[in-house]
Write a protein of this length. Structure first.
Length: 256
């Protein structure tokens, strides 16, 4: 009788052991399966990422990868914002980034600015901030008329072309902007002649931006000449400050 009970207990123990072994084996196999699946998934994810990031794939799908900006270059100094940044940043912040980049770009080329009441001033060029309710609304680049054009003519000087090229680079780097160009003269001479000359000069700046630097036509919101109607110094005499070309840069729409 005792031997039968012992046999039954041993058999029950063996059954429980087998059950435990089966359960252990199941979980062990499940663990290895999950581990194997995870490794395969991670490997596939890395492979997929590598494929998507490859230049060949981006060329195939028509994606344009961001180009690496060379260190200590004019591109790095200027910076850039991608399409859609205006909505995220708003007009004041967008133009603030552009203002700093344009300043660094000018300085990278050897131009040294000094702070003045109006803004930043260097020989031949000024960079100003136009604010409305203490919020940055436009940037203003003023090119000295005597630097930009020979007296009485509307042909751009090499110095003017160089300055305009930097403005064009900024317009390309910050695509959600538009431009207003104004030509101005001083008073001496015929008003009719001065008005014609100021219009021709503003148009010459536009043509340089458009033809030499491929700035699209729709980005020019206003291009005109004003003769001496918008003087900085109120005088009828010859005045250098009144002879100038003004380039206003604003965002395509106001976002606050």
């Amino acid at each position: 009788m005792l031997s039968c009970l012992a046999a039954i207990q041993q058999k029950g123990h063996n059954i429980r052991f087998q059950r435990v072994s089966i359960v252990t084996l199941f979980f062990r196999k499940s663990f290895y399966f999950v581990l194997l699946f995870s490794l395969i998934f991670v490997g596939c994810a890395r492979t997929r990422y590598a494929i998507v990031e490859s230049k060949a794939f981006q060329k195939f799908c028509g994606c344009v990868p961001e180009e690496d900006v060379p260190a200590n270059s004019k591109e790095e100094a200027l910076g850039k914002l991608s399409e859609g940044s205006l909505e995220d940043l708003g007009t004041p912040n967008y133009l603030e980034v552009m203002y700093r980049g344009l300043k660094k770009s000018f300085e990278f080329s050897g131009i040294t600015f000094e702070q003045s009441e109006e803004g930043l001033k260097a020989p031949g060029v000024e960079l100003r901030r136009i604010e409305e309710d203490k919020k940055l609304r436009e940037l203003l680049i003023v090119i000295d008329g005597d630097v930009a054009f020979p007296s009485g003519r509307s042909t751009l000087t090499p110095k003017a072309r160089d300055l305009i090229s930097k403005i064009a680079d900024a317009l390309m780097a910050y695509p959600e902007t538009n431009v207003r160009i104004g030509g101005h003269t001083d008073t001496p001479g015929s008003f009719t002649s001065n008005l014609k000359l100021s219009k021709e000069r503003s148009f010459a700046v536009k043509q340089e931006l458009k033809q030499s630097h491929e700035i699209a036509e729709e980005r020019f919101k206003e291009v005109d000449g004003y003769a001496d109607l918008r003087k900085i110094v109120d005088t009828f005499l010859s005045e250098k400050k009144n002879r100038r070309t003004e380039i206003y840069v604003g965002t395509v729409r106001i976002v606050y």
